[in-house]
Design a binder for this molecule. Structure first.
Ligand code: ZN
Ligand code: ZN
Ligand code: ZN
Length: 358
């Protein structure tokens, strides 16, 4: 994520802010420029011009309709046919907000989803709702599981552009219990979104394209029976040498899951390095003359870097520093994964595919 600055007063902002704490201007995220901008209200009180771009006749905007529920700070051009922003137009189903607990969970999901959509837009990938493009678009269903009352069980997953998220994942206790039960190192909302959207982009960027041959070389043949592969994974566990070939044990279950897991980590890496770059981080550990590979200057945005291995040269020192900081705070490692050379090769392929898709 980039770092935003109020162009009215210079205050640094979080992506989720809808008001500048210093100058008190309302703020809205504009998706063409990918900027969080101060707003100048029109006399009607609900339409805005962008500060610095408020000459008579300039484009006007409203907040996305989900701003009313404190679930979105993105803008919609006044002339738009939908009251929802680019990120919220991807929602097909949201939970019943009459339940207070559902509303809190949904807001947490929206924070993660907006960060995901920011990355996709920044990468120049197509982001289009199934309402607009039924064949190639993307939709989210955020569903509450009421299987204990005889309803259908809600499984988080992807099917042909429809991503379903069980909103229980937005509850810290439920998610942590699931993480323990699955013996995962990591289980976050943002991670779920990144993983599931990886399946969607496999359909868009790999399936029936010239990339498929290289995909199969790196990840294996995805034509093997998917449900059999998952059954085998849950019955027998991963192969003992999985860390040498996969980013996670689950990635070893089937080439599609390997792609989605590796894709999610690729997004973790690119987004986190973008933040490190925005803060001007450089790493020069004491005694680094004996281990110069732990030094790094994050001199460019990873989105602008054509060479994935240059990105990795910065990522390894950064994670060593992040993990050390977390351990000092008594927190688990920020990035508890080891990226083996074959996994790096898979990520480099994803980087090339994404750059080619821009
Ligand atoms: Zn300000
Ligand atoms: Zn929105
Ligand atoms: Zn998956």
């Amino acid at each position: 994520m980039q770092l935003f600055k109020c162009t009215y007063c210079g205050q640094l902002l979080y992506f989720e802010n809808d008001k500048c704490e210093r100058c008190h201007h309302s703020l809205g995220f504009e998706t063409e420029r990918l900027e969080l901008l101060p707003l100048i209200a029109e006399p009607d009180g609900r339409t805005f011009q962008l500060y610095g771009n408020d000459a008579p006749g300039s484009l006007t905007y409203t907040y996305c309709q989900n701003h009313l529920d404190a679930a979105c700070n993105w803008l919609v051009p006044s002339a738009s046919a939908t009251p929802f922003c680019t990120a919220c137009a991807l929602n097909r189903t949201i939970p019943n907000l009459a339940e207070p607990e559902h509303k809190a969970r949904w807001r947490r999901l929206e924070v993660a989803k907006h960060r995901l959509v920011y990355s996709l837009l920044r990468m120049g990938l197509p982001v289009v709702s199934k309402a607009t493009d039924p064949e190639h678009g993307l939709w989210f269903d955020f569903l509450a599981d009421n299987s204990s009352q005889g309803g259908e069980k809600v499984l988080t997953g992807h099917d042909d552009g429809l991503i379903t998220i069980n909103i229980a994942e937005a509850d810290d206790i439920e998610r942590e219990m699931a993480r323990k039960a699955m013996a995962e190192l990591y289980r976050t909302l943002l991670g779920h979104f990144r993983h599931e959207v990886g399946h969607y982009y496999w359909d868009r960027l790999i399936d029936e394209t010239p990339q498929l041959a290289e995909f199969r070389q790196l990840f294996g043949d995805e034509q093997q029976d998917y449900s059999e592969a998952l059954k085998r994974h849950y019955a027998q566990g991963p192969p003992s040498d999985w860390p040498q070939h996969f980013i996670s044990s689950y990635a070893s279950s089937h080439p599609w899951e390997d792609w989605a897991e590796t894709w999610a980590h690729y997004l973790h890496i690119v987004d986190t390095l973008q933040t490190a770059h925005a803060f001007g981080l450089s790493l020069n550990p004491v005694g680094a003359d004996t281990s110069p590979y732990l030094q790094a200057t994050i001199s460019e945005e990873p989105y602008e870097q054509p060479d994935f291995y240059a990105i990795m040269d910065q990522w390894l020192p950064l994670t060593f520093a992040m993990n050390s900081l977390n351990r000092s705070m008594g927190q688990p490692d920020s990035y508890p994964f080891i990226i083996s050379p074959p996994v790096m090769e898979k990520m480099a392929f994803i980087h090339r595919v994404c750059q080619g898709a821009q």
